[in-house]
Design a protein around this ligand. Structure first.
Ligand code: FMN
Length: 201
């Protein structure tokens, strides 16, 4: 059996009736079926809100809300990340940027990340996916070329995160598989190299 990985998935919506939950359930099951451990960071559940102050900007460490260092430890221990975002006005959903912005780039460094976008329209948030490449690079994680882009999310996945309609047997599971294949490969390769050492800054 291949080595199990620790994967942190970020949700990118706090909207009433949000679709991100069904997307997260689908992605989570795909990863758990391969034996990985998934931690979901949900800005709604955590009540994080918009960035008031990123963790690394506090001058007095005693003022940092306790939840931030706790989550930051999970990031530092992760082997890989997944960013799950709906498209809002052709952009990455603000809640996704906000939750990830709370933590310093070093907490994401030398680990891979995968991009999952969705929308209720035909294009599945592909414009947000392109922007996510830039955003994730800025956070210094290595994003995967293969992405999971889910169009008509309300029809493609049901509330339980199961594929529905014409996507049930083919497109979505295949796209998820090829994205996760890459993520696993990079996560294992980078883990080995991290154990050898990090490059001089
Ligand atoms: C403010 C807002 C802007 C949106 N803009 C786009 C858009 O530019 N392109 C698109 O395909 N869908 C757009 N949508 C539809 C969302 O992609 C869709 O509602 C998706 O389910 C949002 O994610 P959520 O349900 O997890 O919040 C927009 C939705 C909202 C709320």
């Amino acid at each position: 059996m291949s080595e199990s990985l620790k994967i942190v998935a970020f949700l990118g919506s706090v909207r009433q009736g949000r679709m991100c939950e069904r997307v997260a359930k689908f992605v989570r099951k795909c990863l758990e079926d391969r034996g990985h451990t998934v931690t979901v960071i949900d800005p709604l559940e955590l009540g994080l809100g918009q960035v008031i102050q990123p963790m690394h900007f506090y001058r007095n460490p005693a003022e940092i809300p306790a939840i931030l260092p706790q989550l930051n430890e999970q990031l530092k221990e992760a082997d890989a990340f997944i960013a799950i975002a709906g498209e809002y006005n052709s952009q990455i959903s603000p809640a996704l940027c906000s939750v990830m912005d709370h933590f310093p780039p070093v907490s994401y460094a030398f680990r891979p990340s995968a991009i999952v976008t969705y929308s209720m329209g035909n294009y599945g948030g592909i414009r947000a996916a392109m922007l996510l490449r830039q955003f994730l690079s800025e956070l210094t994680t290595v994003h995967m070329p293969n992405m999971l882009v889910i169009s008509k999310v309300h029809e493609s996945l049901n509330d339980a995160g199961e594929c529905a309609g014409e996507d049930a047997t083919s497109r979505l599971p295949k796209a998820a598989d090829s994205m996760i294949n890459q993520l696993e490969w990079y996560a294992r390769a980078l883990k080995k190299e991290r154990e050898v050492g990090l490059p001089k800054q």
